[in-house]
Write a protein that binds this ligand. Structure first.
Ligand code: MF3
Ligand code: CO
Ligand code: CO
Length: 332
């Protein structure tokens, strides 16, 4: 005879809200139901191991008072007010963006070098925060539309905008770190996906193809080409490799504003008719998936994950259109 640990009238352990006797006690006398039930419980346990879950946030990080902040950082909700246009920037602004871009690339390199099994995404945030401040910059994500941290960290099936927290990176994970710095009145925005220890071959292929997608997107940048050409180059390469292109998040104009026109789609969008001109500054930041490219949002309103929880990678550069191509601003 079995010894019940739950009384017949207690709420069932499965969370159904029904009484135990009306719910899973039935499984005690029905072997088929008991087996199905056990399989479900085991699957839930595996999922918890396999997929990313929200962790705990550390207390807010401070930015020293002498560091100039973007206007949105002073707004209660972090809302940006006026937005830059897609028009080409003047040479002085582009020179400032070279400095901000280089600083962002340096910060990203330091963050990336720290990625290893055992480190938390919050540890990476602390590094990004310190390295940004050390260079006289403000970490652009902090307070932007209420984003609570200085870096975006997107692990495995997280597409983008993951919030650094107590999540511990483990062997076999991948993590995208997205650094943006506000320096001398302009933003520099760059990200890369890093391998955590030993990563399986298919995931490594995803990361390699995603990096190639960014390179091919950049190669499509030259005066006279259309914004659409960038997305077409990216989509063609991703799909030739059997991967998907996330549609919901785009590259963007950047400069005195964190995000402005043009919207840089990473797939062939006929609506992207804008013609590239020397001096335009924008990001290209393809998000590529092994499986379904549709996304789902966590309750935090930021973390975007693939609907099928397949892995996804991203790389990003800020660039300026030159007379015959593109100059990457986010290079060390
Ligand atoms: N850096 C991201 C981008 O590439 C934007 C992050 S916004 C944040 O556009 F609020 F999530 F930080
Ligand atoms: Co960006
Ligand atoms: Co970014």
């Amino acid at each position: 005879m079995s010894t019940p640990t739950i009384a017949a009238n207690d709420p069932c352990w499965c969370g159904s809200g029904r009484r135990y006797k009306r719910c899973h006690r039935i499984a005690d006398v029905d072997p088929a139901r008991a087996a199905a039930d056990e399989a479900r419980r085991a699957q839930l346990e595996r999922d918890a191991e396999l997929y990313v879950r929200p962790g705990r946030l550390s207390p807010p990080r401070e930015v020293p008072a002498h560091i100039p902040r973007p206007a949105y950082a002073l707004d209660k909700h972090g809302r940006p007010r006026e937005r830059d246009t897609a028009r080409p920037k003047d040479p002085e602004t582009i020179e400032l963006m070279r400095a901000a871009g280089r600083a962002a690339a340096e910060v990203l390199a330091v963050v990336g070098a720290a990625v290893r099994p055992g480190i938390t995404t919050d540890d990476l945030d602390a590094i990004a925060h310190e390295e940004t401040i050390k260079r006289g910059g403000y970490p652009s994500p902090l307070g932007y539309n209420g984003f609570p941290k200085s870096l975006c960290t997107s692990v495995n099936e997280v597409i983008c905008h993951g919030i650094p927290d107590s999540t511990v990176l483990k062997d076999g994970d991948i993590v995208n770190c997205d650094v943006t710095i506000f320096l001398n009145g302009v933003h520099g925005d760059t990200n890369a996906t890093f391998l955590v220890g030993d990563v399986d071959a298919e995931t490594r292929r995803l990361v390699d193809v995603t990096r190639e997608c960014l390179d091919l997107g950049i190669a499509a940048v030259r005066p006279g080409n259309r914004v659409r050409d960038i997305g077409r180059a990216i989509q063609t390469h991703a799909e030739a490799n059997g991967f998907g292109v996330v549609r919901a998040f785009v590259g963007h104009g950047i400069g005195r504003s964190f995000h402005s026109d043009p919207q840089v789609f990473h797939y062939d969008n006929p609506a992207a008719r804008g013609v590239l001109e020397p001096g335009m500054t924008f990001t290209i930041e393809p998000m590529i998936t092994i499986g379904d490219w549709h996304h789902e949002m966590w309750d935090d309103g930021w973390t975007a994950v693939t609907v099928d929880r397949s892995r996804t990678a991203q790389f990003e550069h800020t660039l300026v259109v030159t007379d015959d191509g593109a100059e990457i601003l986010t290079r060390v």
